[in-house]
Design a protein around this ligand. Structure first.
Ligand SMILES: [Zn+2]
Length: 112
């Protein structure tokens, strides 16, 4: 099978699949949405989380205003700062597709 413009490779198993496929027919794993869909960068999000996590900076950056405000409200407890450091490290060590799947939407400690 030749490489065509209408195909891409599955993030999980590497099988060539339809470019528009949301779920790989081969392994059943959901594909990250089309390129450019995520407007946050894991490096930026991770660094913000570590440095300014207590203010919810990474949540605001990821567009998750609800959690951003929550972190900001509890800033005085120091807990958001601790969460931010942990989240920042998790995001920085995760690979790009994992970041897209679990952390890009600003979920606390990622989606499982
Ligand atoms: Zn697959």
């Amino acid at each position: 099978m030749s490489h065509s413009e209408n195909s891409k490779f599955c993030q999980e198993c590497g099988e060539q699949i339809n470019k528009k496929a949301e779920i790989c027919p081969e392994c059943g794993v959901r594909q990250p949405s089309a390129e450019g869909d995520t407007n946050s960068d894991k490096i930026v999000a991770g660094i913000l989380a570590i440095l300014l996590g207590g203010l919810g900076a990474h949540k605001f950056y990821q567009g998750n205003i609800k959690y951003g405000v929550l972190y900001l409200c509890f800033f005085w407890t120091g807990i958001p700062a601790l969460f931010g450091i942990i989240e920042g490290i998790i995001m920085l060590v995760s690979d790009d597709s994992e970041y897209e799947r679990k952390y890009a939407d600003g979920s606390i400690f990622g989606k499982f």
